[in-house]
Design a protein around this ligand. Structure first.
Ligand SMILES: Nc1ncnc2c1ncn2[C@@H]1O[C@H](COP(=O)(O)OP(=O)(O)OP(=O)(O)O)[C@@H](O)[C@H]1O
Ligand SMILES: [Mg+2]
Length: 412
């Protein structure tokens, strides 16, 4: 039988914690063999506010995934999110001074070093990712694999993602309290992208929008990699809240109504459709037009999409994303949301879900699992190609960067 290793992803979301176990075969293909998802409320807008309850949810989710997979989860790739996360471009330049001017792996490491030094974050922040996008050899851009080429001057164009150190430390602590070591922290939209974007979408330029419970995260992929990131503190839970207030119904009932009967726009609901709504205090249910529910949903969605659009404009890539927008996250399931996104963003849109995987496909096919599945895929990719640094779970930033560079050199 082929040798297999397992890799785990841990998505600590605002509404749920989800653990996913993947088995990586000899060819590097990932089969999902375990998944566990439990509701959680220890997080606000993507940042942990209750260590103990979040840790308990992690324990329960990993427990379920472990039982299904028949393995134990000791280390995991963990998603990070929150408004505190920002990103920026950076450049590094080095001279290739040796006699033959043949670019070596060490030169690539040096130039990535230089890009990092050029963008050192403030002392309260930490680098989550340093993602080289493009190399330039003697002024010639668009070089993907510079090693072995001749040149005297090597430049790299990289994207650097940073977050507040304490917020990141709390994520690690929560995982540790639940008995899970962090193999690597992965930016949430980068993980989701792994599960839902196609290589050709990434090639031509695409925007990933993950609308979850407490956050909407945006990743712009163009020019060979990630170009812009933003995490907005508005998402599905705000819609539920608006429904509860507007329709004077308890939160649990508002959530049920949204999921069962919600629609992105009143225009998409036929006039005569009626729904039953339970009141706060448990009096007799009222019968109301379904359209009214959509009237409470649309303004919040419009707010979300106008914030998303502002970020797309800010990125400067509005006209460089021909593949349009891929929308994922639990809220993407809202009836008519994709059509609404197209109209509001003025870009083609499709629903993104982890549907290209094998294994226990059915349980993780939902867009709410994009991050969890993406984490396992991200981890597996590192394992099969970049190896050791990520494997031992104690890699330093530099080990990880070197692993990344090696990855790139081997045909990433
Ligand atoms: N069918 C549906 N229609 C509308 N909304 C839905 C549906 N299914 C789930 N949702 C909403 O999706 C949200 C949860 O999505 P998701 O699981 O992606 O969030 P999360 O990962 O926990 O949170 P975050 O990523 O913001 O930290 C909830 O607000 C839920 O109401
Ligand atoms: Mg999420």
């Amino acid at each position: 039988m082929a040798r297999r290793s397992s890799v785990a992803g841990l998505d600590i979301g605002t509404t749920k914690v989800c653990a996913v176990v993947g088995e990586v075969d000899e060819d590097g293909d990932v089969h999902i063999v375990g998944a566990g998802s439990v509701p959680s409320s220890g997080m606000r807008r993507g940042v942990i506010v209750d260590l103990q309850s979040t840790a308990r949810a992690i324990e329960e989710a990993t427990d379920r995934a472990e039982r299904m997979a028949g393995t134990s989860i000791t280390t995991a790739f963990v998603a990070v999110s929150g408004e505190h996360i920002t990103s920026s471009d950076s450049r590094g330049v080095v001279a290739v001074a040796r006699g033959d001017h043949e670019i070596a792996e060490a030169d690539v490491t040096r130039v990535v070093d230089a890009a990092r030094m050029a963008a050192l974050p403030a002392s309260d922040r930490e680098i989550i990712h340093l993602l080289p996008r493009d190399f330039v050899v003697d002024g010639q851009d668009g070089v993907k694999r510079p090693v072995g080429m001749y040149g005297t001057r090597l430049e790299v164009e990289a994207h650097i993602v940073t977050g507040v150190a304490t917020a990141l430390a709390n994520v690690a602590k929560c995982a540790q309290l639940a008995g899970v070591e962090v193999a690597e922290m992965v930016l949430e939209p980068l993980a989701s992208a792994e599960a839902v974007l196609t290589p050709s979408e990434r090639d031509i330029g695409v925007i990933l929008v993950d609308i979850g419970g407490g956050t909407t995260s945006i990743g712009v992929f163009a020019n060979g990699g990630l170009c812009h990131v933003a995490i907005l503190p508005v998402a599905g839970a705000h819609i539920t809240n608006d429904i509860a207030v507007g329709m004077r119904t308890p939160m649990t009932e508002a959530e049920k109504l949204k999921v069962r009967w919600g629609a992105a726009s009143p225009m998409a609901v036929s006039e005569g459709e009626m729904i039953e709504v339970f009141n706060v205090g448990g009096r007799e249910p009222r019968v109301m037009p379904r359209r009214i529910l959509a009237e409470f949903i649309e303004p919040r969605l419009d707010e979300i999409f106008s914030l998303v659009q502002a970020q797309i404009r800010r990125s400067g890539y509005t006209h460089r994303v021909p593949a349009g927008v891929v929308v994922t996250g639990g809220t993407a399931l809202l009836d008519g949301l994709i059509e609404h996104a197209e109209v509001r963003l003025g870009l083609p849109a499709r629903l993104g879900a982890p549907d290209q995987i094998t294994g226990l496909v059915e349980t993780v096919r939902s867009p709410a699992f994009s991050t969890g599945v993406g984490l396992a895929l991200f981890g597996a990719r590192g394992r099969t190609r970049a190896g050791a640094a990520q494997r031992n779970g104690t890699s330093s930033f530099w080990d990880r960067t070197r692993a990344w560079v090696r990855d790139l050199l081997q045909g990433g």
